[in-house]
Ligand binder design. Structure first.
Ligand code: GDD
Ligand code: MN
Length: 377
């Protein structure tokens, strides 16, 4: 088999290059990238330039080069930001080429093409997310101004802190290689990010979907031609995006608390109804109220709070687990504590039931999160 036939049979790696006014950089970059194919013997490289009608005519240069390079493609669109450009590029690549790998890279020369073969080499099944990192040993940002360096380091710290990402040092890097089947699991639509904060949203989403990251050092040198498009609005969006990441991260617990409050309302209403209107005894009424709230909570948690968790246990098994957890916490924290507060301490019964419900809720969350809707079931 000659070389070009061999390449045709390899799985595809699609490199997405977003461009906005990169007329001075794009031509030499594309040549350099395709020259690397000879160092890559596991994948055939496709390059997809996503250009947003750059006024400097970047797309014309790409159009000319497409005559030389059959695996060079152009996606044009309206400029709505770097993140939107990437979403379009990823969708195009996934729909058109059925790739094994997707790569992302800046088109302004700040990312060295020679790293591409290294990224691809690491894309085996143990690592489905390979990140070119400026912030691990060997990586650097030699020409960053103090301000830009502060923004990058502080921004990364915030993403890692809000997103609970402890195993990635460079969450905003734009140089990555991602297994296509990992990116296909992600719902890129849930992040409304249009600009640069797409980078941190994406890394967060990839990890949430089970991505196993590895970082290799890169030198993020200065731009020599053209200028950065990072805007003030990108930085504002970045900060708003952090709150979304934080919410998404703690989303289950927040939902669980809402369900808990709904359950508490059911519980207290049933208790008042039974004791005040039906003269049910104080030893019996809390137990009926407890069962009613357990059932309403179970239904809400199963179909709302934990709806994204794997569904390996049957509904009956989950209901039993849920009852065991609720029964245990219910008897210890709710029923015993409640009777103790009313009968021994002589507290008001409504006050006591509120305290007991709160005490039961926390231990309940811990048990259900760990057993009933276990992530790794
Ligand atoms: N299609 C398209 N649309 N491309 C864009 C847009 C856009 O709205 N905005 C920027 N680009 C392209 C640029 O042409 C360049 O190829 C690449 O995206 C990166 O843009 P720069 O403007 O050079 O970004 P930077 O150098 O300031 O930022 C770098 O570091 C950030 C973190 O510190 C990039 O790597 C970012 O991705 C990274 O988040
Ligand atoms: Mn740049």
């Amino acid at each position: 088999m000659n070389n070009s036939h061999k390449i045709e049979s390899l799985p595809r790696a699609c490199l997405i290059l977003p461009t906005y006014n990169e007329v001075e950089n794009i031509e030499s970059l594309i040549k350099e990238i395709f020259a690397l194919q000879s160092n890559i013997n596991t994948h055939r490289l496709h390059v997809i330039v996503v250009d947003d009608h750059s006024p400097d005519g970047t797309a014309n240069i790409v159009g000319q080069q497409m005559k030389t390079f059959s695996r060079l493609h152009l996606v044009s669109g309206v400029k709505t930001g770097l993140g939107d450009a990437y979403k379009r590029g990823f969708s195009f690549a996934l729909e058109t080429f059925n790739p094994d790998l997707l790569l992302q890279m800046d088109a302004d020369g700040q990312h060295e093409p020679k790293v591409i073969p290294e990224l691809i080499k690491l894309a085996d099944k143990d690592h489905d997310l390979i990140i070119g990192s400026r912030f691990i040993s060997g990586g650097s940002t030699p020409n960053f101004s103090k301000w830009r360096r502060f923004l990058a380091v502080f921004g990364n710290w915030l993403v890692r802190w809000f997103g609970g990402i402890t195993n990635v040092k460079d969450c905003t890097s734009g140089f990555r290689c991602i297994k296509a089947n990992l990116i296909s699991k992600c719902n890129l639509g849930v992040f409304s990010t249009k600009g640069y904060s797409f980078q941190s949203s994406l890394v967060y989403e990839l990890l949430r979907n089970g991505g196993k990251p590895i970082e290799i050092p890169i030198i993020f040198s200065a731009r020599t031609k053209g200028h950065s498009k990072l805007s003030f609005m990108d930085q504002v969006e970045f900060v708003f995006n952090l709150t979304k990441i934080a919410y998404r991260n703690s989303g289950e617990f927040i939902k669980y608390c809402f369900v808990g409050i709904a359950g508490a309302i059911v519980n207290i209403s049933v208790y008042i109804l039974l004791t005040r209107y039906f003269q049910v005894r104080i030893e019996i009424a809390p137990l009926v109220a407890l069962e009613m709230s357990i059932m309403s909570n179970f239904i809400l948690d199963n179909y709302w709070t934990f709806v994204e968790r794997p569904r390996k246990l049957s509904l009956i098994k989950k209901a039993i687990n849920f009852h065991l957890a609720a029964g245990f916490t219910g008897l210890v924290f709710y029923y015993a504590l409640l009777l103790f507060m009313i009968k021994i301490l002589g507290f008001n019964d409504i006050f006591s039931i509120i305290i007991s419900i709160m005490a039961g809720a926390i231990s309940n969350y811990l048990i259900n999160s760990r057993y009933t809707w276990n992530k790794t079931n």
